[in-house]
Write a protein that binds this ligand. Structure first.
Ligand SMILES: [Zn+2]
Length: 219
């Protein structure tokens, strides 16, 4: 467990509680910022276990803590193994500034026992970062379109097709549940960079792969 924080901003509490509009009781909803495991820690290599009852209160508490941890670290997604909990739970959102053409933003979402199935052979390249691999970024190929099946902590069933950056975030987060980090999905490790060094320009090969991805998406 990480440090408890007492000065958390009020909007963080409301946004996390917004996952559960029927039970909005922020004053009864203590949350914690959890310690994030970094690449090399065994918890990140171990497959996580399915959650027997997605609606149990312990899952709700874990999700609230993960949301606060993710927002504190300015991430767009977080998987339970990253906070040392080997359970198949992820939280994420997709903000407007990461959207590709024609995509919708995704509100803060919690998934329990998610399963992804790729749809079609098409893959895209884009930059990814990870709270467990701080400071680095890499160009990662991902399926352009996937089918998502999952349960929410409210017991709702999700079964839908997702594409683009949304599909990328899901593949990244659900990989954490199977013990994979994004560098293991890369096909050219020369495209693994410190984010700070991108100010000096990106490798020519990365530029070509990104242009190819853009052309495919326009076609
Ligand atoms: Zn990650």
């Amino acid at each position: 467990m990480g440090n408890r924080r007492t000065d958390r901003p009020r909007d963080t509490i409301i946004r996390a509680a917004g996952l559960y509009p029927d039970r909005r009781t922020p004053h009864n909803f203590p949350m914690a910022i959890l310690k994030i495991a970094r690449m090399g820690h065994p918890i990140l290599r171990r497959p996580a276990e399915a959650v027997a009852d997605p609606t149990e209160p312990a899952v709700r508490q874990l999700v609230a803590d993960m949301v606060e941890t993710m927002q504190d670290a300015r991430g767009t997604g977080l998987a339970a193994p990253q906070v040392h909990v080997p359970a198949r739970v992820v939280v994420y959102f997709v903000s407007e500034n990461r959207l590709q053409e024609g995509e919708e933003p995704v509100p803060l979402t919690a998934l329990v026992n998610p399963v992804l199935t790729p749809i079609g052979p098409k893959r895209d390249y884009d930059w990814e970062g990870c709270l467990s691999v701080p400071g680095l970024t890499g160009l990662v190929p991902r399926h352009e379109r996937v089918r998502l099946r999952a349960i929410t902590p409210d017991g709702d069933v999700i079964d839908k097709t997702v594409a683009g950056f949304h599909a990328r975030v899901l593949q990244h987060e659900i990989d954490h549940l199977d013990g994979f980090l994004y560098p293991q999905r890369m096909d050219d490790l020369s495209l693994l960079l410190f984010q700070e060094e991108m100010r000096n320009g990106i490798p020519e090969r990365a530029r070509l792969l990104l242009e190819k991805t853009d052309e495919q998406n326009v076609a």
